[in-house]
Write a protein that binds this ligand. Structure first.
Ligand code: ATP
Ligand code: MG
Length: 461
């Protein structure tokens, strides 16, 4: 077999060889090479110890925590790890003891899936072919190449034992499947179902990382469906699973849960956060469902849903900014349009969602529509988009006002304090109604009025 390898990779393999060590590319990089995918990180394994590796590569550094030597090259870090074996996983998360392994086979056998448990070794440098490809040998003791052909994710060794060692592997299996478009091998799948409860031992952060990769993958809906059918979703996202069996009525043929999954499937965004918002947009429906005149209704489901999104965000340890984004998307996803709507009503919607996030809200809506069996768009949605485009240059935040806090302080002869924000908000409300009022002359003349009525003002929304 021949491959075109980056020169840094060849140098690292040759460097180890010249010093009398064995060196291999290992793990995900081999998988990606064999499936002709772009390799993002190159991992190496060797029989050299960390001290020996550092001698071969001056300028490399040893990361004690992971037992890995990093070699900086060309802005990238190439990681070399000495063959390892791992013992005892009493906490279901990490080995009690990591030891240097004696052989490559030992190192490969601790890896999670057959397609991740292959290594690649260069043969003689002289065997370079004309298009700069290099003759390589693939070491594949667990049938990874065969499983790549069969398009399956299969555990190395006994899947029950492997998931018992590290429960995150169950999510990694589904994530790899969603990224590659692969299915999960029968016994491996059964073992996930059987061991699903072990996922409770895994931190929110690690679950979050795998979950977002599933949502951002080429097959997000199939990935989430697999999480559901294995029972993992019930543990990591019970709020969503609650929608299973909840009828929607109207033109909807599916239950709430299926609608959420299908919305994710059809969401046109590549952004995992927009997709996650789309998956969660109706998460408030199960709690608000009420039968009226024999039909299910979901009044205020967007309010309840937004509240649930906060609970979910905290459990998954999402960063503040993403939590706020998801809240906003779910809270305001119920926008509707009719031609009688005033410009100021549309500006209010734009202000809530934020200029930059309006295209994302439209993507959520497209997913919602198609996931409910409707066409991608409607004349209403198209007309709303046109009107939004026409208002994009209007003032939409306090920062767009022609005066600022300093003007307020100067006019009122006061020091910084909460009054300033209140005055600016009052003036902004006027400008939102009528953008022609956004002149410094007019706004300065209104400061006195604003300060008088500041206490009568309700804070927006
Ligand atoms: P990607 O980099 O695309 O996320 P990957 O398979 O390369 O996928 P990494 O987290 O980079 O994943 O891990 C590199 C390699 O380490 C894997 O290919 C696999 O061989 C091994 N590995 C990673 N996580 C585990 C695990 N939880 N259990 C066993 N082996 C693992
Ligand atoms: Mg990797």
């Amino acid at each position: 077999m021949t491959f075109q390898l980056p020169s840094e990779v060849i140098n690292i393999l040759q460097g180890l060889k010249k010093s009398g060590f064995d060196g291999f590319v290992v793990g995900g990089a081999v998988r990606d090479l064999l499936t002709k995918r772009q390799v993002d990180d190159w991992d190496f394994t060797t029989n050299a110890t960390p001290v020996e590796i550092q001698k071969v590569f001056p300028g490399s550094f040893y990361d004690n925590q992971f037992g890995t030597v990093g070699i900086p090259r060309d802005g990238n870090i190439f990681e070399i790890t000495t063959f390892r074996t791992e013992h005892g996983y009493s906490d279901k998360r990490r080995p009690d003891k990591v030891e240097w392994g004696k052989s490559l086979e030992e190192d490969l056998s601790r890896r999670d899936f057959t397609i991740n448990a292959m290594a690649l070794q260069t043969k003689n440098k002289k065997q370079r072919t004309k298009n700069d490809e290099l003759e390589v040998e693939i070491i594949d003791p667990f049938g990874g190449q065969k499983d790549l052909e069969k398009k399956i994710i299969k555990a190395v060794g006994d899947p029950n034992q492997r998931f018992g060692e590290d429960a995150l592997r169950m999510m990694r299996a589904i994530r790899l499947g969603a990224e590659l478009g692969f299915g999960i091998e029968g016994q491996t799948l059964e073992a996930i179902k059987k061991n699903k409860d072990l996922i409770r031992e895994i931190s929110g952060e690690r679950i979050r990382d795998e979950f977002l990769k599933i949502v951002g993958s080429p097959y997000p809906a199939d990935g989430v469906k697999l999480l559901y059918s294995t029972g993992l979703l019930e543990i990591i996202l019970p709020e969503l699973v609650k929608g299973a069996g909840v009828p929607q009525g109207g033109h909807h043929i599916n239950d709430v849960f299926t609608h959420c999954i299908e919305s994710l499937r059809f969401c046109p965004s590549q952004d995992a956060w927009v997709r996650l918002a789309t998956l969660l947009h109706d998460v408030g429906k199960p709690d608000t469902m009420m039968m009226r005149d024999g039909k299910p209704t979901f009044y205020n489901h967007e309010v309840v849903g937004a509240r649930l999104v906060k609970v979910i965000s905290d459990r998954l340890r999402l960063p503040r900014e993403k939590k706020d984004f998801l809240w906003k998307m779910v809270r305001w996803h119920m926008f509707a349009y009719n031609p009688e709507m005033t410009d100021s009503a549309i500006r209010r919607f734009m202000r809530r969602v934020g200029k930059d996030d309006i295209p994302k809200m439209i993507e959520l809506r497209v997913g919602d529509r198609k996931g409910g069996g409707s066409r991608e768009t409607s004349w209403r949605l198209e007309e709303l988009k046109r009107r939004i485009a026409g208002l994009m240059n209007d003032p939409l935040t306090v920062a767009d006002l022609k005066i600022d806090g300093f003007d307020v302080m100067k006019t009122l002869n006061i020091k910084p304090g909460p009054v300033i924000g209140k005055v600016l908000n009052f003036l902004f409300e006027e400008v939102l109604e009528d953008p022609n009022k956004n002149t410094s002359e007019y706004l300065l003349s209104r400061i006195a009025v604003a300060v008088q009525s500041k206490d009568n003002q309700q804070s927006p929304d």
